[in-house]
Design a protein around this ligand. Structure first.
Ligand code: OFO
Length: 163
């Protein structure tokens, strides 16, 4: 049986993961409109991964006698000043999620909730990967800057992302 405090925070994290999905989908739509299909594809795949994250928590709450309560998802930003700004936002967002996951781990420790502590380890590891890939893309986008051919080459590379 989940402690009510843990249940509340896990429900909040479902919302954060779904917002992440929505945010990356909005960014994907932005790149589609810009004609950069590779970046759009990369962010679309990222958006889908976030739904998987949300569903992992959803299933965990249900499997542990908790109650899933879905909340409204905030509207994501629709336009950006530059491509660099988008990936700075992706990295900052992932860093925020990492902090939230750490907060959940701290709460699980405080409550002596070993099952949730173990469950959250997957997310701890995943966040290292998520921050790493956001950082890598940001560095490349910064490197390429306004260089058209460089941007198109990077777009092709981004389009090759597999789930
Ligand atoms: Fe991109 O992070 Fe989910 O958890």
């Amino acid at each position: 049986m989940l402690d009510p405090k843990m249940e509340k925070q896990l429900n909040q994290q479902i919302n954060e993961e779904l917002f992440s999905s929505y945010l990356y989908l909005a960014m994907s739509a932005y790149f589609s409109a810009e004609g950069l299909k590779g970046f759009a594809h990369w962010l679309h795949a990222q958006s889908q991964e976030e739904q998987v994250h949300a569903m992992k928590i959803y299933d965990y709450i249900n499997d542990h006698g908790g109650r899933v309560l879905l909340q409204a998802i905030s509207e994501p930003q629709a336009s950006y000043g530059s491509y660099t700004e988008i990936f700075k936002e992706v990295l900052a967002h992932e860093q925020k999620i990492t902090q939230q996951i750490s907060g959940l781990v701290d709460l699980a420790n405080k409550l002596g909730d070993h099952a949730t502590h173990v469950f959250l380890q997957w997310f701890v590891t995943e966040q290292v990967e998520e921050e790493g890939s956001a950082q890598e893309v940001l560095q490349r986008v910064e490197l390429v800057g306004d260089n058209g051919p460089g941007l198109l080459a990077l777009d092709r590379e981004m389009g090759a992302r597999t789930p």
